[in-house]
Design a protein around this ligand. Structure first.
Ligand code: PEP
Length: 247
């Protein structure tokens, strides 16, 4: 039985005062019936981890470098993230794949670094609208999954987020049938490769998830929660998603 996960990606949003949102979230949902992780910008991670330590809210980073330390100006490493008290790291988000040319091989190296630091990787995969229109969704998702996740993935070190690129921040979502097709495909790839461990890995849906559509989307087989961007910024919206996932 996979416990559902609500993962919030704040992206490049949030100042110190925004940390009040996690306190509001905790007050409304002190004992949530799903797991919660909030991934703020790096500037807020330390403070958020401190605030969330007594709460049922984990903290995550939005990226990390594949090396442990060294001459990499502007980057942060997985051991540094672990040092803040954060437990998760989003990797291979489509915005990073597009803006920084992150390849599957690089995401794979970053995933290894995250595991070595004792953290859980949330590995993002998903097709562009052009790839979808060409009928290549499963090819793309299969290739990204194989290339971005090293051998040794299991339920405690890895979460997969299926995020169609065209659904992120657009208000558009795939049909429930399409979400089911892709999530079932990812599940079968995971179990073929990792046997029982593959069955324990949570597969999140991401892309314009809101309090309005979360119930229908997460009722789909093999959807184990959501990776939520815009709707994770306000405690009221994210809390509504948390409440639905805990049903
Ligand atoms: C995301 O960027 O991971 C995401 C899912 O964004 P949004 O929910 O805003 O579409």
């Amino acid at each position: 039985m996979r416990r559902k996960l609500a993962a919030g990606n704040w992206k490049m949003n949030g100042l110190m005062q925004t940390l009040a949102e996690v306190e509001t979230l905790h007050t409304a949902h002190p004992a949530p019936r799903c797991d919660i992780v909030v991934c703020p910008p790096a500037t807020l991670m330390c403070k958020m981890a401190e605030i969330c330590a007594p709460m049922a809210i984990e903290v995550g980073a939005q990226d990390c470098h594949e090396n442990e330390a060294g001459a990499h100006t502007g980057d942060i490493s997985a051991p540094m993230i672990a040092d803040t008290g954060a437990r998760y790291v989003i990797l291979g988000h489509s915005e990073r794949r597009a803006a920084y040319g992150e390849s599957d091989a690089l995401v794979c190296a970053k995933t290894r670094a995250v595991w070595a630091a004792g953290l859980t990787a949330i590995v993002c995969i998903g097709e562009t609208s052009k790839e979808r229109d060409a009928g290549n969704t499963l090819d793309i998702v299969g290739r990204q999954l194989a290339g971005s996740v090293p051998d040794g993935a299991c339920g405690s070190n890895t979460v997969i987020a299926y995020e169609p690129v065209w659904a992120i921040g657009t208000g558009k979502t795939p049909s429930l049938a399409k979400i089911a097709e892709v999530h079932n495909f990812i599940r079968s790839r995971l179990t073929n490769r990792c046997a029982a461990d593959g069955d324990a890995i949570r597969i999140l849906y991401g892309g314009s998830m809101t309090p309005r559509n979360v119930e229908k989307i997460t009722a789909v087989t093999n959807v184990d929660g959501g990776l939520v961007g815009g709707a994770s910024l306000k405690a009221a919206d994210f809390g509504a998603i948390v409440a639905t996932l805990g049903k």
